[in-house]
Structures are given as C-alpha cells and as structure tokens.
Design a protein around this ligand. Sequence first.
Ligand code: FAD
Length: 312
Amino acid sequence: MTTLLIAEHSNSKLSEQTAKALTAALALGAPVDILVAGHEAGAAAQAASQLTGVRKVLLADEVSLAHQLAEPLAATVLALADGYDAIVAPATAVGKTVAPRVAALLDVSQVSEVIEVLAPDTFKRPIYAGNAIQTVKTGQARNVLTIRTASFRPAAAGGSAPVETVAAAADPGISRHVGSQVSESARPELTAARVVVSGGRALGSAEKFSEVILPLADRLGAAVGASRAAVDAGYAPNDWQVGQTGKIVAPDLYVAIGISGAIQHIAGMKDARCIVAINKDGDAPIFQVADYGLVGDLFEILPELTAALPAA
Ligand code: FAD
C-alpha cells in the first residue's frame, strides 16, 4: 500500500492545504509520496520534503504544468499511478478539477470531500450541504480521494524526505492557460485565516459593510467573509462568500454579524473552533452553532466592541 498526494502550491510556495491533506493521507496507514507538479517549483518541493511523515517528494517540473491545468497534470499523475493504491488531493480548485479526471481515466469512483478516514477503504464525507454525514466503503483496488482540508490539522514541519525528479507526461494539448485574475489583499487569505469576521444582509449597504465590519476585522487581524445575501446585494465581493456555494473556512475564531445562520452558510463555517454570533433576533439559527452569542443591534454593538479592542 502506498499513497500519492498531489500538492497544492504556487510553484514558489507550498500551500498549507497540502500539509492538511497530508494528515488525511497519512491516516490511510501507508507510506505517502507527494507529487509537486509545476514549473520552477523547486521551492515548493523543498517545503513538501520538510513535512513530517513524507516518504519522498516527486518533482515534475515542466512549462506545461506551470498552471496545473487538469489535463497535463492528470496525464502526469496517470503515468505514476501504477505504483499507488490511493491518489489524494486537497479539495481545492486544482484538486477538484484534476482528481475527477484521474478517477475517470483509472475507471474508479472518486470519493469527494473526505472529512475523516476510518480505514484505508472507508471514509466520512458530508452530504446535503453538511446536514448529513455519509460513510463510504469503496471496495476498489485503488481509491481517488479529495480532502476537505478544513477538517484536518496541518502535518507538522520537521521532516527531511528526499526530492526525486520525475518526468512530466506529454501535454495532451487540449487546454491552455489564458490568464489569471488574482485578487490582491493585505488581509489574510479567507480559507487560511485564523480569524474571520463575516457580515450579512443586516449590514444594509456596501458603505455600512465597510464602515462597520472592516474596522473590527482590522483590530483582529482577520480575513473578511460575507453571507451570500450580502454578496448578492453587492455589499461585499463574490470571493468573500462563505458557505455551501462559497468558501469553506475553519478558523480558530469566526465572528458572524447580522447573519441568520441558513444551512448553506453554516455548511461553510461550522468547523470553526470558536463561533461568535451577533444578531438582534435571539431565535436566529446561528445561535444554535455559536459558542458565544450577543443579542442586540449590530450598529450599536460593533462600534463599542471595536473601540474596546486593542489595535492589531
Ligand atoms: P438573512 O437571512 O436575511 O439574515 C439577516 C440576519 O440579520 C437576521 O437573522 C436578522 O435577525 C439579523 N439582523 C437584521 N438587522 C440586524 C441588526 N441591526 N443587528 C443585528 N442583527 C440584525 N448563503 C450563504 O451565506 N453562503 C452560501 O454559500 C449559500 N449558498 C446557497 C446555495 C443555495 C443552493 C441556496 C438555495 C442558498 C444559498 N445561500 C447561501 C443562501 C442562504 O440560504 C441564505 O439566504 C443566506 O445565507 C442569508 O444570508 P443572511 O444571513 O445574511 O441574511
């Protein structure tokens, strides 16, 4: 039994999602190799080699892999697949495009968004927007898994696995990278932030959202999130949306402000270690998942709370 983990990285930097997916991969109980497929990705490979529990790092360095498009990346994974019983990827944008392709080409069923490994062939995963947890036993000789990284702690640094260069498979030439639009922000990245402050429809306008939510986020050094209602109303940008159709976050602290707690929102933040809710309706469903709740008008509470906190 051996496991291949497809690394999430930006060529120069290894994403923390890789360290979290490694924890899941190690739970399969077999040696784990990490594939870093990219271009000029030596730094990411070095970082992967320092994660504890890794047997070796395979570095496939080729221009066609620079943007980790599903087609050339899947071809490289397929070329290596014979040596592995499980192929694992974090359930990120890259993982979610490449893993299904790998599974289809291997003619196996993929198990998506694994939140717990019970045995090498048995996994827990959320269904119905996280309202039910399904236990899946695959019975396949080889498993392809995507990992919901919010459910796993990152594997620690401290390893010194060897880095081996492997050949990238020939680019199938059926896709090409046209461009990337990356949103720049001085704040921590939403899915990796330790603290997230989120605002809902109650904010009432983009101006109020900025006026009330951002100062609190600044004080806490937090990333900013939003409910879908706030995003749809134009109070906050799309990439701030937390929930079933937005981002899945698992910070140490999640502050939900003027958010009712619809199941689709809760699906994106229920794994936070501590949830604080501020809502004027004491019966709002968000209080069912909150560790601390404050019932009151956010426009009164937030300025007071922000003023009481020391500057970050
Ligand atoms: P509301 O439900 O309108 O809640 C506003 C809350 O603010 C209320 O609880 C109210 O009591 C409180 N409030 C009002 N004024 C104040 C005040 N002055 N002070 C304090 N509290 C106040 N939603 C998501 O968030 N993320 C998703 O990814 C997502 N995906 C979806 C996917 C599908 C297929 C569907 C059907 C829906 C999805 N939704 C998602 C939408 C979801 O169902 C809710 O409509 C949405 O989360 C509601 O946002 P909200 O809590 O901001 O607004």
